[in-house]
Design a protein around this ligand. Structure first.
Ligand SMILES: [Zn+2]
Length: 437
């Protein structure tokens, strides 16, 4: 059984919404109180407070503040757990010391089990939600796979309320027999890359125009915002009325672009998965790629490149492929870019031809081969061949040609051998093997 999260828009009445806002603020206050408790106990008395101590003090807390009773004890525990998570992250060195949160930055609260709420829906399509001490709320949305609802998180975003429900389910997906490789486009045009993915079939997937139009709207709106008074808490300068309006417009456009891009990514990946059960991509070093340029002339260029790398969401694409192919029983294989060098390797003879980013066409330097292909298509094909495990057999002198992928059983074997294949490529790094015979 897997878990999937489905987010529904919910439509509370005016009184229900008022209550939801109140509850949200109360949960936020509890969060801050629990945080203060931990900090003062440690700083003043040298005592560390753990989650269970705080959970055990909840009944006493509720006798002092009886208005918290109607929120449900499990939901209150979940909020304390949030504080605990924040500290765990801090202790592991993953984040800074947890900070107090303003109510407007606190998005919502969670019911960690199926207690205190009930959801009635027809196989995940629309329906309604019943929350105890609040009542029935209409719900709109659709689940791809519905199952056993386990947790509920209610949150607000820009005045709209949402219910995020996790369900236990068995998602399935139909895939085809095909296999495809892909490569990111790294064409340097002025600032940044062309933001496209090239497939081994020669097809190119680039960002659709409506997303570009949306991004332009964000740009224009942020220019308007920049002309407004800048709020500064320390200097007690409040945001102006027009500034607040401009801010709201910017975030509205930003949200729309995000929704459109996510939708497009889902459609594109689903489409590819529907006809291919093996997708070969390349490992991403997003952190390295998006690291800020330290100094010098390239700084601005690097910033532009970073923006485009982040805006396409390559990491998102590979995650989508991974879980979507798993649903259909297929595989997503990532090649190690650094070891495989797909943009320099020849898809036919597996020989390396050094190229710069400007060289758009792969012309094999091996005189016996002389393979000519578009740079990106060649790289995508190399990724695919490697994923099919044929790359290693070519290295061993086995002249088997790269035909369609074998049975899934074979593929499973290949996946098991993947780690070995990486080692095999490691051997390739020794200069003696590079030499053209
Ligand atoms: Zn070649």
């Amino acid at each position: 059984m897997l878990t999937r999260r489905i987010t529904y828009r919910i439509y509370p009445s005016a009184t229900q919404a008022a209550k939801l806002y109140l509850w949200k603020r109360m949960h936020c206050n509890l969060y801050n109180a629990a945080l203060a408790n931990r900090i003062t106990q440690y700083k003043k008395f040298g005592k560390s407070v753990n989650y269970f101590k705080q959970q055990n003090s909840l009944p006493a807390f509720k006798t002092v503040w009886p208005e918290y009773v109607e929120l449900g004890s499990q939901a209150l525990q979940a909020t304390l757990k949030r504080v605990d998570f924040a500290f765990e992250r801090f202790f592991k060195g993953l984040g800074g010391c947890p900070r107090f949160k303003a109510s407007r930055r606190y998005s919502g609260f969670t019911y960690p089990a199926s207690v205190g709420w009930k959801c009635v829906t027809d196989a995940g399509l629309n329906g309604h939600l019943t929350i105890s001490n609040l009542g029935k709320i209409q719900m709109r949305g659709q689940a791809r796979t519905w199952g056993d609802p386990t947790t509920l998180t209610v949150f607000v975003r820009a005045g709209k309320w949402f219910a995020s429900i996790t369900v236990k389910c068995n998602p399935t997906r139909a895939t085809g027999e095909g296999a495809v490789g892909g490569v990111r486009d790294r064409t340097p045009i002025d600032l940044g890359c062309k933001e496209a993915v090239t497939l081994s079939t020669g097809e190119q997937i680039s960002k659709p125009d409506f997303i570009k139009a949306g991004e332009l709207k964000v740009k224009v709106a942020s220019r308007q915002l920049r002309r407004k008074r800048v709020p500064n808490r320390n200097k007690k300068i409040k945001a102006s009325r027009k500034g607040k309006k401009a801010r709201a417009i910017v975030s509205r456009h930003q949200r729309k672009v995000t929704r459109q891009r996510d939708n497009w990514l889902h459609q594109t990946t689903s489409n590819i998965v529907s006809s291919n059960s093996l997708v070969a991509g390349e490992q991403l070093n997003v952190k390295g790629m998006t690291a800020r340029a330290k100094k010098g002339k390239r700084k601005k260029q690097k910033a532009g490149l970073n923006r485009s790398i982040l805006s396409v969401g390559f990491a998102k694409i590979s995650k989508m492929f991974e879980y979507k192919l798993a649903e259909g029983g297929g595989f997503y294989v990532e090649s190690s870019t650094r070891q495989l060098k797909p943009s320099q390797r020849c898809a036919k003879c597996w020989e390396l031809t050094p190229k710069t980013l400007k060289d758009r066409v792969h012309v094999c330097s091996n005189s016996k081969c002389g393979h000519v292909e578009d740079r990106d298509i060649n790289a995508a094909q190399v990724n695919l061949i490697w994923a099919q495990g044929l790359g290693t057999s070519l290295l061993d002198g086995d002249g088997s040609s790269s035909t369609a992928c074998g049975s899934m059983k074979q593929l499973a074997q290949m996946k098991r051998q993947k780690s070995q294949a990486v080692e095999g490529l490691g051997d390739l790094e020794t200069p003696s093997l590079y030499r053209v015979g």
